[in-house]
Design a protein around this ligand. Structure first.
Ligand code: PEP
Ligand code: MG
Length: 761
């Protein structure tokens, strides 16, 4: 059996099926054909009844489809699901778990191979093949079915999530039923509002369906776009006339024919008449044709998919150009949803109108999530099953405490969540008392509480909540708001605002930290493994022209204020610190000479974000004035868990004993050198981890403005000795989940549990 070739073909066929029923039918037909078995069936587990329902079969009685079912632990199908492993038998009826289903006519078949269909550790169903011959399926056949099942599980999970599974069994689709989707909590809070689909320009797959308010107008735009594309193609044809053979140029003719009113153009218009707007109608038609081509056996024709897509993208680009800067209106309480929403996309929206954010990709410590947290916008990420394109303008509730999204919520749900929002507001009002008090424990241990900033909007909120300075100014954020690198004078202006707003309190400006998940639209970096690639200080040391401009702008901005501190991100060797310091000194001399005034050397610090820096911090700290731990990246690199990857989000945890030990090491080493150490990752703003950090001896915690009052309340209400006791206990434990529970028990004991989730006392 040509395993890879067959697998690829089946997966492609299933993916291009027009609906879920057809996908299941394709699945069973292809499996039977490829493996040459007599029976191939799919049983799916229905969550409500907890029974496996026969959903598709080739070989068993087709009347049994949708009617025959087995209990979750019944029969060989149930056994396969319960054990979560393949069951391979030469004589099924001799097995004690065999459960005969007379409606299926399966008594003729002796051998049985079932493999579970698993998605994210959950059993969704069982894929079964059966044979008359009394023979065990061989290892290659078993491996094939297991691999196939793993590849197809995504299709089943998606169909289940969007309700296609229900539609098959209950022929009349249920309207207005609340649908629930799970993801990962990003920025906590609750939001009620309507979805606005966000998608990058020229990404045809994520164009949402949207009701065409004025179909004639949509058709008009479409015709202009089509004509523009025709003109582009004619132009291309003319340009290539000298360098392409006539048969190669025939492709352009083919393109022009495809754009005809009788071809794509006409079909798109039909979709507009059916109610979709031009861009959505275009997506529908292009998707349909791509699927048709993908299903063709002839490899040449299969490759024509690329042409259809190319045309689709060209038309889309013209439609989007017409849409131009007539920016989409954002009503109050908008909930941004999208496959992926980048920081750049977020900060371009009218932030005061944004109530929540939901994305398919991403995890809690992705950069966008951090910015959302700073802005106090409830965010749920990694909602892998969210059918984004179908949800434009749909009512939603975002529960970013639990990482859950409700689509078309019922009245009861809305009432319940409105109550939680009321509770939240009371909680916030209760925190007002902590605005002007120092962060000091009842037994006199004092910490400095700083704020993380990036946007000017953070500044007012931070000052209002008594921040003692800025512990991390993410300088890449203003870079993201522009279409090119800002010049020295422009940067000076931006930095001056931050420095002035907090003077005489310190403002810690981090040098440009791009790369990883923080791309600038005008400086794209494409790498296989960006987290381990060119990012942070590595980029700026390779581009001293960028680094020097930034440092000079910072130094000039601080003239007369003298509250600037410079922080170096992603340091992994002493040499990088030396090089950066060398450039900073050079910039100092230059600015001093140019400005003719004495420049105060700013305090310089290193970020501890990678394990190498933890182990060498004793050497590094000799060169600098202070140290700040970036626990978001440090957790990622200590645990080798991508902070943006939803699939591994549940093992990304700062409560991991290795992370806690690394932090304690850093504090001890830096204190041994007599210098201060702070922390500016998300751990600092979380009530549970903040308790542990205080006990470890961190001198300062820096967090988003949204968390300042909460953390001050935690500190003011927790005796330092009690936190030390907790830390001592925690450091004996080898398991992150247990540590987390111990910390939560302590918060409960202190009466502070409601800071994590309103409603819990
Ligand atoms: C960190 O890594 O903890 C940090 C503060 O930096 P960022 O989240 O911006 O990468
Ligand atoms: Mg970082």
């Amino acid at each position: 059996m040509l395993m890879l070739e067959n697998l690829r073909k089946i997966v492609q066929d299933v993916d291009s099926a027009p609906n879920f029923t057809a996908a299941l039918d394709t699945m069973v037909t292809s499996v039977r054909e490829t493996m040459g078995t007599e029976v191939s069936s799919v049983y799916l587990l229905d969550d409500k009844s907890n029974r496996y329902i026969l959903m598709a079969t080739e070989g068993l009685n087709p009347d049994a489809i949708g009617t025959v079912s087995l209990g979750w632990n019944e029969g060989l199908v149930g056994l396969c699901g319960a054990r979560e492993e393949p069951i391979n038998l030469d004589n099924a009826s001799a097995h004690p778990k065999y459960h005969y289903l007379p409606e299926t006519g399966e008594e003729k078949y002796n051998s049985f191979l079932g493999v579970p269909i698993m998605h994210r550790r959950k059993v969704l169903g069982v894929l079964v093949v059966q044979q008359r011959d009394k023979r065990k399926f061989d290892e290659a056949e078993e491996a094939f079915l297991v691999t196939l099942s793993a590849q197809l599980s995504g299709v089943v999970a998606h169909a289940k999530a969007v309700g296609s599974f229900d539609v098959i069994r209950t022929p009349t689709p249920r309207a207005n039923v609340t649908r629930v989707f799970n993801g990962i909590a990003g920025a906590s809070g609750i939001a009620l509002g309507r979805a606005i689909v966000m998608y990058p320009p020229a990404d045809i797959d994520s164009v949402p369906d949207r009701v065409a308010e004025d179909p004639d107008n949509e058709i008009h735009s479409l015709r202009i776009a089509l004509e523009a594309v025709r003109e582009d193609i004619r132009e291309l044809d003319r340009k290539m006339a000298g360098s392409l053979m006539p048969e190669e140029r025939a492709l352009f003719d083919a393109y022009l024919r495809m754009l005809d009113d009788n071809a794509l153009g006409g079909e798109i218009e039909e979709r507009i008449h059916a109610g979709n707007w031009a861009q959505g109608a275009l997506r529908e038609v292009i998707e349909k044709h791509m699927q048709a081509f993908a299903a063709m056996d002839d490899p040449y024709l299969r490759e024509r998919r690329a042409d259809v897509r190319d045309l689709g993208l060209r038309i889309l680009a013209h439609l989007q150009k017409q849409e131009g800067d007539s920016l989409r209106e954002f009503p109050d309480h908008s909930i941004l949803i999208g496959e992926e929403i980048t920081t750049a996309m977020l900060v371009e929206t009218p932030l005061e109108k944004i109530a929540g954010i939901v994305t398919v990709e991403g995890a809690a410590n992705s950069h966008m999530a951090i910015v959302a947290r700073a802005l106090g916008i409830p965010t749920v990420l990694g909602v892998s099953e969210l059918p984004v394109t179908q949800l434009d303008d749909t009512e939603m509730i975002v529960d970013a405490y639990q990482g859950r999204v409700y689509v078309q919520p019922s009245r009861q749900l809305r009432t319940r969540y409105k109550d939680i929002i009321k509770e939240e507001l009371q909680l916030v009002a209760g925190l007002d008392a902590y605005r002007d008090v120092p962060a000091e424990t009842p037994d006199g241990h004092r910490l400095a509480l700083y704020v993380n900033t990036g946007l000017m909007a953070d500044v007012a909120r931070a000052k209002d909540r008594g921040a003692e300075g800025v512990g991390l100014y993410r300088s890449e954020i203003p870079f993201m708001l522009r279409e090119r690198f800002p010049g020295e004078e422009e940067q000076r202006g931006i930095y001056r605002q931050q420095l002035e707003a907090f003077a005489p309190r310190p403002v810690t400006m981090r040098t440009l930290d791009i790369g990883g998940d923080k791309d600038l639209p005008y400086f794209p970096i494409k790498e296989d493994n960006p987290a381990l690639g060119w990012r942070g200080i590595r980029i700026t040391l390779d581009h001293p022209e960028i680094f020097m401009v930034q440092i000079r702008a910072m130094l000039k901005a601080a003239i007369g204020l003298d509250n600037l501190q410079i922080l170096l991100p992603m340091i992994s060797s002493v040499f990088e610190v030396e090089e950066a310091l060398h450039l900073i000194h050079r910039a100092m001399m230059e600015v001093q000479e140019e400005e003719g005034v004495p420049i105060t050397m700013p305090r310089v610090g290193v970020m501890v974000e990678v394990p190498a820096a933890v182990l060498q911090i004793g050497d590094m700290v000799q060169l600098v004035d202070f140290v700040s731990v970036g626990s978001n990246d440090l957790t990622q690199y200590m645990l080798a868990v991508d902070r943006n990857n939803a699939r591994v989000a549940d093992i990304y945890t700062p409560y991991h004993p290795a992370v806690l030990r690394a932090l304690q090491m850093v504090v001890d080493e830096v204190h041994r050198a007599g210098k201060p150490v702070g922390i500016c990752g998300e751990m600092a703003g979380d009530p549970g981890t903040a308790l542990l950090l205080m006990a470890m001896g961190f001198d300062s915690l820096s967090m988003s403005a949204s968390n300042l009052l909460k953390i001050r309340k935690v500190i003011c209400n927790t005796p330092y000795m009690q936190a030390r006791g907790l830390l001592e206990q925690v450091m004996q434990v080898d398991n992150a989940a247990v540590i987390r529970s111990l910390v939560e028990f302590e918060l409960e004991d202190l009466g502070l549990l409601d800071l994590i989730r309103p409603g819990k006392k």
